[in-house]
Design a protein around this ligand. Structure first.
Ligand SMILES: [Zn+2]
Length: 106
């Protein structure tokens, strides 16, 4: 689920979800169930969405943000954005390319 509906976003803010989330985190002992780490920031993942809004504990699992992102196939949110993953050499090359494109467009 890459696009969040307003309804789903509101649900994630609700007391019902927050309570459910705490139950899952406690059940999983605040440990990521994929890599076994105990980072400060944990997320509760929906194994599937067909029980959305009436999830049972077995429908949910605790994951760290890294595993959660990997599982959902989205990039990990990092301060500074994805360009940080590029080696310095590439960044210089990219900057040169962008400048060349801008220059040629004039
Ligand atoms: Zn993990």
């Amino acid at each position: 689920m890459t696009t969040l509906s307003p309804e789903y976003e509101a649900y994630l803010d609700s007391d019902v979800w927050q309570a459910k989330r705490q139950v899952i985190l406690a059940r999983d002992e605040y440990t990521c169930q994929r890599c076994g780490q105990q980072p400060r920031r944990l997320e509760v993942h929906h194994r599937h969405y067909w029980s959305l809004y009436r999830e049972e504990p077995q429908d949910l699992v605790t994951l760290c943000s890294r595993c959660h992102a990997a599982l959902e196939g989205r990039p990990v949110q990092r301060r500074g954005g994805w360009i940080l993953f590029f080696p310095r050499k590439w960044k210089t090359w990219l900057a040169a390319l962008v400048l060349a494109v801008i220059a040629s467009g004039r």
